[in-house]
Design a protein around this ligand. Sequence first.
Ligand SMILES: Cc1cc2nc3c(=O)[nH]c(=O)nc-3n(C[C@H](O)[C@H](O)[C@H](O)COP(=O)(O)O)c2cc1C
Length: 222
Amino acid sequence: MTNAPVASGDRSEGHFDHDFVRQFDRLLRWRRDVRRFTDTPLDEDLLGELIAAAELSPSVGNSQPWRWVDVRSPAPRRAVEESFIRCNAEALAGYGGQRAQHYSTLKLAGLGEAPVHLAVFCDLDSGQGHGLGRRTMPETLTYSVVTAITSFWLAARARDVGVGWISIIDPAEVCTALSVPDTWELVAYLCVGYPEREDVVPELEQSDWQARTDPADRYIVR
Ligand SMILES: Cc1cc2nc3c(=O)[nH]c(=O)nc-3n(C[C@H](O)[C@H](O)[C@H](O)COP(=O)(O)O)c2cc1C
């Protein structure tokens, strides 16, 4: 994977004009969690480009603790899908009445359709960064991986590629299926591919499960 975004000594390249800022805000608004994919394959170089973009993310102590596993073999894919089916059934059993009925109608993963499955781990044992910032908040190592996933998500959306994050799986089962080192913690299992359609409204809002709420309710000043 040699698709690192171009580095340049030209300082003006580090300035972003108003038009770009508007486009970037539009990208944020149009990023979606995608569970419905077309059967169009994703070019391997394009996947490399997305990972290269995500590699530019911030990380505590510059530790870059993210590890990408491109899950191609049928056996681990099947194991993850089975884990999802079981965990989703358990989640459904945790709801009652109307809420359970509603939950059962939601599509919460596109594992069968997505051409690319990407498991993203945090290497808890990585020495990179020499522990800087982690003595007080060790969890920042995992947070660093989340920043990379967000970058990946946005870089994908900017290229018309959709990403769906699946957490309704048993991380231990995923680790076993992928035979990763014991020190790797699963942070995300991503489905990646071309979305069936674009929408500015989150799917869970469209299906009346949960709408976005007022940002003012989450902002305080001290
Ligand atoms: C950590 C994390 C885990 C998620 N897990 C799931 C999941 O298992 N299944 C699912 O359908 N969506 C999952 N999502 C997607 C959210 O449901 C989605 O981000 C939210 O509904 C808002 O929609 P949007 O991403 O399209 O704006 C997850 C998102 C995050 C950030």
